[in-house]
Structures are given as structure tokens and as C-alpha cells.
Design a protein around this ligand. Structure first.
Ligand code: SME
Length: 156
């Protein structure tokens, strides 16, 4: 596998995801260590889109615990049903938040973050982690991100 991430900055969001997905597949295929895979996936998404924060929280007992990420310091633990991450865990589906200030209970790890998407990672139908991405711009995420990021987490 190539160690260089291929990013075409002239391409659309859809095209970027289409280029990224097979690269992610190649990187994590055959590697059983979930933390190592989360670290590389966070890095590859982050580098491709220059998001503000890209990372994982893992379900450990009754809480989400911070996992591999790229970006500034983040809160370490999130309770079930709390914030966008804890809500996506509880509801077991992707949450797109166009304006974090309008989401009741949003946990502001960074005041710079304006919009967010959280995609649950499931194993045997159970949420085992969430992929959380924050943007410093409003309304960054839409159905295209949801579609492709759900394909990304299916690779785990
Ligand atoms: N905003 C998230 C907390 C995690 S940080 O954004 C990295 C939430 O409300 O769950």
C-alpha cells in the first residue's frame, strides 16, 4: 500500500470521498487492531477535508471515552445520551448538526466548532464507538457526508 494519501483538492466532496474510501479500505484491511485503524482513519479524513476536529469515541461501559483523533484537545468522557455523540450512541444513527448552538445539550469541547456530524460505529448491531467530526463553519455536513462516512465506518 502507498503511504501517501491521494487528495485532489480540485475535486468535489463526492469525488474526494470516492477517492478516499478505497484508500481507507486498503489501509485498514488485514489490520486487526481497532485503535491503529481508528488513528489512520481519523488522519485520512482530517487531511482530506481539513476539518476542525476528526476523531473517535469508544463505548467503554456506560460512557464514551476519547479515542484516536486529529485536532485540538477534546473532552475525555461523554455520558450515554449526552451531547451530540452520546445522542448518536443512544439513537443508534447518524446525527447531522448544522448549528451546534441550536442543539440542546451540545458539549462544546471547542468554541470554534460550529457544525458537527456523528456516525455510530456498530458491531453485531451494537454501537461500539462513534466517529465525530467538527467544522468551524456552519452547515458543513449533509447527506453526502452521511452516506460516505457510514460506508467508512462499515469497514471496521
Ligand atoms: N461536541 C461533541 C463533543 C465532542 S467534541 O466535539 C470533540 C458532543 O456534543 O457530543
Amino acid at each position: 500500500m502507498s503511504e501517501n494519501l491521494i487528495i485532489d483538492n480540485s475535486s468535489s466532496k463526492e469525488e474526494k470521498y470516492a477517492t478516499l474510501l478505497p484508500q481507507i479500505k486498503a489501509v485498514i484491511e488485514g489490520e486487526p487492531d481497532e485503535i491503529a485503524n481508528m488513528a489512520n482513519v481519523a488522519s485520512m479524513i482530517h487531511e482530506t477535508f481539513n476539518f476542525w476536529w476528526t476523531g473517535f469515541y469508544r463505548v467503554i461501559g456506560e460512557q464514551l471515552v476519547l479515542g484516536p483523533f486529529q485536532g485540538p484537545l477534546a473532552c475525555t468522557r461523554i455520558k450515554f445520551g449526552k451531547g451530540v455523540c452520546g445522542s448518536a450512541w443512544k439513537e443508534e444513527h447518524t446525527l447531522i448538526v448544522p448549528d451546534v448552538d441550536a442543539f440542546p445539550g451540545h458539549i462544546a469541547c471547542s468554541s470554534v466548532s460550529r457544525s458537527e456530524i456523528v456516525v455510530p460505529v456498530k458491531r453485531d448491531g451494537k454501537v461500539v464507538a462513534v466517529l465525530d467530526i467538527d467544522s468551524e463553519k456552519l452547515s458543513t455536513f449533509d447527506e453526502t457526508d452521511k452516506l460516505w462516512l457510514e460506508k467508512v465506518v462499515e469497514l471496521f
